[in-house]
Design a protein around this ligand. Structure first.
Ligand SMILES: [Ca+2]
Ligand SMILES: [Ca+2]
Ligand SMILES: [Ca+2]
Ligand SMILES: [Ca+2]
Length: 197
């Protein structure tokens, strides 16, 4: 079933951009020590929340300085209420989002833009109201309000979600801070226009 979902998702993403896809292998862990290493050159991760309350964390390398937009998108037909968290190489929180969209898709998806320099970053996704804590269980990043402790180190999660399903995480390098939805919608419109010609 994973492969079928992956193909479906890939077909959707491929129309948006030139996609270099990393497919979750089995189930990635939820902490830096068990996160799957995506490496560099990937702009789409396709994975699955297949256990109620689980978090999927990925380690990704980026080699540019600028703004990175991350969209966490539920697969069509599923009911995940995406949550998205970003961390630096040390596991310090960089931001989180529960409900947002830059793609004109479900408001239950998540979108986040962070300023980055070349290096390794961690991205975690889960179902609704998934919060990041340190190893002692102290909240360091809230899915709704974002960073609680910028010096906190990811060491655990508070799970509240219960749904399962497939998702994609889409990475877009953006040149302008805080890109509006219009920019991406405009891009999407260009694709549609070209296809119709
Ligand atoms: Ca998983
Ligand atoms: Ca997992
Ligand atoms: Ca959400
Ligand atoms: Ca929430």
């Amino acid at each position: 079933m994973n492969e079928i979902f992956g193909l479906t998702v890939f077909a959707g993403i491929a129309s948006i951009a030139c996609a270099n896809v990393y497919n979750e292998v089995g189930d990635t862990g939820d902490l830096p020590g068990t996160a799957q290493n995506v490496g560099s050159g990937i702009n789409v991760i396709a994975g699955n929340i297949d256990t109620s309350g689980e978090v999927d964390l990925y380690c990704v390398q980026f080699n540019f300085t600028g703004n990175l937009q991350i969209d966490a998108v539920e697969a069509v037909g599923f009911t995940l209420d995406m949550n998205l968290h970003a961390f630096n190489a040390a596991g310090n929180p960089l931001g989180a989002n529960d409900d947002g969209s830059s793609m004109g898709d479900s408001f239950l998806n998540s979108v986040l833009t962070i300023a980055i320099t070349p290096g390794v970053y961690y991205f975690g996704v889960g179902d609704n109201n998934t919060h990041a804590t340190d190893g002692a269980g102290v909240l360091i990043q809230d899915n709704d309000t974002g960073i609680e402790d910028p010096n906190g180190v990811l060491g655990g999660w508070l799970y509240n979600g219960s749904r399962t399903g497939a998702y994609t995480i889409v990475f877009s390098e953006t040149s302008v801070p805080a890109p509006g939805a219009a920019a991406l919608l405009g891009f999407g419109g260009l694709v549609v226009t070209r296809r119709r010609r």
